[in-house]
Design a protein around this ligand. Structure first.
Ligand code: SF4
Ligand code: SF4
Length: 225
């Protein structure tokens, strides 16, 4: 899931003030931002309270099922047509993908209410960890399912670096060096050392990424970039 964090509130107020917006509609997200505790109903209500405290009028709010889903967001917007029409701006409490989906669906100035942080594993309720940066050229086959690109603070593929001390990471001192973990897991599984991993093919991560399943199925390929 996409992990989001609260955005500097002063920046949000500045965004609204800069365009002279006095009436605001708020849109949350029922998926990732709800799970992350940043853009669900409680957070949307809290944003509404803060806006009203600051002198803004909140014309209404909604928490879309999946805000980055174009069709769903258009549908959700239509349900709140009048409140949106009566607003000067829309504040979106979701990741940047959701903000852009709302901006495509609504002909009003749209502002992000959160910061998008990372693609996160849910370790347990309320605890998230970044394990993959979606590099498009996965090396987990060589590294016993532990990603050095993401979990090594330096992103080293062929570590450990010279700063590793007694098996621990020099950057995150209370964490074991990821390359020590990789070597141990490979040994536990009776596999040889990872060996030299070639420099990553960054062309595999062309931006913007896109995948059109309808098109690829029609052509009989599964290519995505
Ligand atoms: S190597 Fe790339 S694709 Fe594989 S887990 Fe790491 S960041 Fe993700
Ligand atoms: S000690 Fe290991 S995990 Fe930490 S920065 Fe160096 S190579 Fe990466």
């Amino acid at each position: 899931m996409i992990i989001t964090k609260p955005r500097d509130w002063a920046r949000i107020e500045r965004n609204l003030t800069e365009i002279g917006a006095r009436r605001v509609f708020i849109m949350g997200c029922g998926q990732c931002a709800t799970v992350a505790g940043t853009g669900g109903e409680p957070e949307v209500r809290e944003a509404a309270r803060r806006l009203e405290e600051g002198g803004w009028e909140v014309t209404g709010w909604a928490v879309g099922e999946v805000t980055c889903h174009s069709g769903g967001t258009r549908l959700e917007s239509r349900k709140h047509d009048t409140e949106i029409a009566g607003s000067d701006a829309v504040l979106v409490l979701s990741c940047g993908a959701g903000v852009q989906t709302v901006a495509d669906a609504i002909a009003k100035p749209v502002f992000p209410g959160l910061e998008s942080a990372f693609l996160g594993n849910v370790v347990r309720h309320g605890v998230f960890e970044e394990r993959c940066q979606m590099c498009g050229d996965c090396v987990l086959d060589r590294t016993a399912g532990i990603c050095p690109v993401t979990t090594c603070p330096k992103g080293l593929l062929n570590g450990p670096c010279g700063g590793m001390w007694d098996g621990m990471c020099e950057v995150v001192a209370d964490r074991e060096c990821v390359h020590v973990r990789i070597a141990r897991r490979l040994a536990e599984q009776g596999r040889g050392a990872a060996g030299r991993i070639e420099p990553k093919d960054f062309s595999a991560k062309l931006k913007p990424g896109s995948l059109n399943l309808r098109e690829t199925r029609r052509r009989g390929t599964g290519d995505a970039r």
